[in-house]
Design a protein around this ligand. Structure first.
Ligand code: LER
Ligand code: MN
Length: 270
C-alpha cells in the first residue's frame, strides 16, 4: 500500500477536506518531507492551471499523482452530471473532460463523487437510475479513450441520494459495464452507511482502486473510534495494494493533520 493525501492544486483557494498549508510548491515539499508517496490533486478548472508547471513541481518533489479529485467542480462551481438542467450538465461534462485530459497528462485516475449529481435533480423521469448510468458512462467512455480510470465514490446519505455504500457502488459499476470504472471507498462515509467496513472491503475487493482515510469524526486517524487494526488487516487480506490517502478536516491545522496521519499510517502499513 502507498500513502497519499488530498492537496489543493494552485487553482483551488480552499479545500474543506484538503491538507497542508502554504503555496503549491511548499505543500509539495512538505508532503515529500513527511514521507508521502503521492498526492491527490484537487482541481477546480484545468484551464486556470499551468499544467506543465504543476507536473514539474510534483515530479521534482518525487510525488506521484494517483488521482485527480473533482469535488470542487461541484463545491465551488455547482457543476453536476446528473441533473435535468441541460445547460448545467453540458458545462459539467465539458469541465469533466478537461479534468480527464489533465489526468491523462499526469498519469492519474479521476474521482467522481459529488460531481455526479443527484437522482432527485432529474425530476419526474421514469428511470432515473438508467439516466445516471448513461450520463456516467458517457464520461467513462471519454476517459477510456484517454487511457484514464474513473473511481466512483460512495457518499453518505447527507451528500448523495445514490451510490451510498460499497454494495450500491458495486452494482452501479456492474450496470455501467465499463472496465475503466472502479470504486474509491472512504472510511468516513463507510462508517455511516456500510453495516461492516470490513465486509464491504471484501465485497468490493475486485474494484477498490483507492481508499480515503479519516477517523469516525473525520479527523486524522487515531482521533476517533474506527478499528484501524481490523481495517488494515482486511485490506492486507484482500490483497489491496493501492493508495490509502488522507482526506479529512484540516484540524487542529492542515499541517498537523498531515503529520499525524503519516505517523499513524506508518505504524499500520508495512
Ligand atoms: C470527497 O472525497 C468526499 O468524501 C466528500 O464527502 C466531499 O464532500
Ligand atoms: Mn472522500
Amino acid at each position: 500500500m502507498k500513502v497519499g493525501l488530498v492537496m489543493c492544486g494552485p487553482d483551488v483557494a480552499y479545500g474543506p477536506l484538503a491538507l497542508l498549508s502554504g503555496t503549491f510548491e511548499e505543500k509539495a515539499t512538505k508532503a515529500a518531507e513527511l514521507g508521502y508517496d503521492g498526492i491527490e490533486l484537487m482541481v477546480r478548472d484545468p484551464a486556470d492551471l499551468d499544467c506543465p508547471a504543476v507536473k514539474m513541481t510534483l515530479t521534482k518533489a518525487g510525488l506521484e499523482v494517483p488521482q485527480v479529485v473533482t469535488g470542487e467542480l461541484f463545491g465551488a462551481d455547482g457543476l453536476c452530471l446528473v441533473t435535468a438542467d441541460e445547460a448545467l450538465r453540458c458545462r459539467a461534462e465539458e469541465r469533466t473532460r478537461a479534468v480527464i485530459d489533465l489526468a491523462a497528462y499526469l498519469g492519474a485516475m479521476v474521482n467522481i463523487g459529488r460531481l455526479r449529481g443527484q437522482l432527485s435533480l432529474l425530476g419526474d423521469v421514469p428511470d432515473a437510475h438508467s439516466v445516471a448510468i448513461d450520463r456516467l458512462r458517457d464520461v467513462a467512455t471519454y476517459a477510456a479513450n484517454q487511457g484514464v480510470k474513473i473511481t466512483l465514490e460512495p457518499l453518505n446519505r447527507y451528500e448523495s441520494d445514490y451510490i451510498q455504500n460499497a454494495a450500491d457502488g458495486m452494482r452501479f459499476v456492474e450496470d455501467m459495464g465499463c472496465d475503466n470504472v472502479g470504486l474509491m471507498l472512504d472510511l468516513f462515509h463507510m462508517n455511516i452507511e456500510d453495516a461492516s467496513i470490513e465486509e464491504s472491503l471484501r465485497l468490493a475487493r475486485t474494484r477498490v482502486w483507492h481508499v480515503h482515510v479519516a477517523d469516525s469524526n473525520r479527523r486524522y486517524p487515531g482521533s476517533g473510534h474506527l478499528d484501524f487494526d481490523s481495517i488494515f488487516a482486511t485490506l492486507d487480506d484482500i490483497g489491496y495494494n493501492g493508495y490509502v490517502s488522507g482526506e479529512m478536516l484540516p484540524l487542529p491545522d492542515p499541517d498537523t493533520a498531515a503529520q499525524k496521519t503519516m505517523e499513524f499510517l506508518r505504524r499500520h502499513i508495512c
